[in-house]
Ligand binder design. Structure first.
Ligand code: 3HC
Length: 288
C-alpha cells in the first residue's frame, strides 16, 4: 500500500490523545471516524472539535474553509464495526491495558479490510504484544503521538520484527501528511525513545519528592528554569494523566517484577485519591 491510498482513518479512543489525533487527521484532509465505548467521551471529543476549530479561525490561525472541511471529515460512533469497517488505517489510542488492546486488535483484524494497517498509539506497549492476535502481523506497528497531539510535532514509528518495511514506510509517510516529524525506530524497545527519557526524569523527580528533598513545585521550577523544559515533570504528569502514569508503572512492574518499576509512593497516593491531574481538576496542582 502507498500513503496516497489511505482515504479513511479510524481512531480508537476519544480520550486525551484520540480526540486530538482525530482532529489532526481531519485537518489533513482525511475522512476520520473516532470511536469509543463511552458516548460521553465521544460527545466531549465532538464538543472539543466544535469549539477548537472556530477558536482557531477567530485567532487567525486557520481559514474558515479548512475548519469547515475538518468538521465535515469527522464522525463519531460508539459502534466499532461502523467506525472501522471501511478504514484504510487504524490508530488505536485506547486505555493502556494490554488485555483490552489484545481484544481490540483481534476485533479490528476481523472487522477492517485486509489491506488496512493497524497501528497502536500506546505510550509504552510494543506492537508485537498485540500483533500475534491478528492474521496480518506485517501490517501492525506503533505510531506514537505526543500530548497535546495537535501541537506536538513528533511521531515515533516503531517497526517490530513482524512489521513489514512497507508498513513502517507508509506510517512514516502518513505522519508527514499529518504535518508531523516522524522518527523511525528499527527495533522494538519498551517506552521507545521519548518516554524512556521522560521516565528517567520522572523517576528521579518522584524519588526526590518521596525523599522530602523538595516538593513538586520546587522540582518543576528547577526543571523549567534550569533545563528550559516548557513544563516540569509533575505539571506534565498532571497534563498527561496521573492515572496513565500509574497504569504504565503497574503494567511494567507486572512484566519485570522489578520493585524499581513500581509506581512511586507519591504517584500511588494521587492515584488512590482519584486525583489524576487536569482531567479531575486536581493532581499535583489544583486547576479551575
Ligand atoms: N490542545 C491543543 N492546543 C493547545 C493545547 C491543548 N491542550 N494547549 C496549548 N495549545 C496550543 C495553543 O492553542 C497555542 O497555539 P498557538 O500558539 O498556535 O495559538 C500553543 O499551543 C501554545 O499554547 P499556550 O501559549 O496557551 O501555552 P504554552 O506556550 O504553555 O504551551 C504546551 C502549552 C504546548 C502544552 C507547552 O506547555 C508544552 O509544550 N508542554 C510540554 C508538553 C509535552 O512535553 N508533551 C509531551 C508529553 S509526553 C507524551 O505525550 C507521551 C505520551 O505517551 C503520553
Amino acid at each position: 500500500m502507498k500513503v496516497e491510498e489511505i482515504k479513511k482513518i479510524c481512531v480508537i479512543g476519544a480520550g486525551n490523545m484520540g480526540h486530538q489525533i482525530s482532529l489532526c487527521a481531519a485537518l489533513a484532509g482525511y475522512k476520520v471516524s473516532c470511536t469509543d465505548i463511552s458516548e460521553e467521551m465521544l460527545r466531549k471529543a465532538e464538543d472539543f472539535a466544535r469549539t477548537y476549530l472556530p477558536e482557531r479561525v477567530a485567532k487567525g490561525k486557520m481559514k474558515q474553509e479548512q475548519a469547515a472541511m475538518a468538521l465535515e471529515n469527522l464522525s463519531f460512533s460508539s459502534n466499532l464495526e461502523e467506525a472501522a469497517g471501511d478504514a484504510d488505517f487504524v490508530i488505536e489510542a485506547a486505555v493502556e491495558k494490554i488485555d483490552i488492546k489484545r481484544k481490540l486488535f483481534a476485533d479490528l483484524d476481523r472487522i477492517t479490510p485486509s489491506h488496512a494497517i493497524l497501528a497502536t498509539n500506546s505510550s509504552f506497549i510494543v506492537s508485537s504484544k498485540v500483533a500475534d492476535v491478528t492474521k496480518r502481523p506485517e501490517k501492525i506497528c506503533n505510531m506514537h503521538f505526543f500530548n497535546p497531539a495537535l501541537v506536538m510535532k513528533l511521531v515515533e514509528v516503531v517497526q517490530g520484527s513482524h512489521t513489514s518495511q512497507e508498513t513502517a514506510q507508509v506510517t512514516m509517510d502518513l505522519a508527514a501528511k499529518l504535518g508531523k516529524t516522524g522518527v523511525w525506530l528499527k527495533k522494538e524497545i519498551y517506552g521507545f525513545l521519548v518516554n524512556r527519557i521522560l521516565a528517567a526524569l520522572n523517576h528521579e523527580a518522584m524519588f526526590l519528592a518521596d525523599m522530602g528533598i523538595a516538593g513538586p513545585e520546587e522540582i518543576d521550577l528547577a526543571v523549567t528554569n534550569a533545563l528550559g523544559h516548557p513544563m516540569g515533570p509533575f505539571r506534565l504528569m498532571d497534563f498527561t494523566g496521573i492515572d496513565l502514569a500509574y497504569y504504565i508503572g503497574m503494567e511494567r512492574y507486572q512484566d519485570t517484577h522489578d520493585p524499581g518499576d513500581k509506581p512511586s509512593p507519591i504517584l500511588v497516593e494521587k492515584y488512590a485519591k482519584g486525583e489524576y491531574g487536569v482531567k479531575t481538576k486536581k493532581g499535583f496542582y489544583t486547576y479551575d
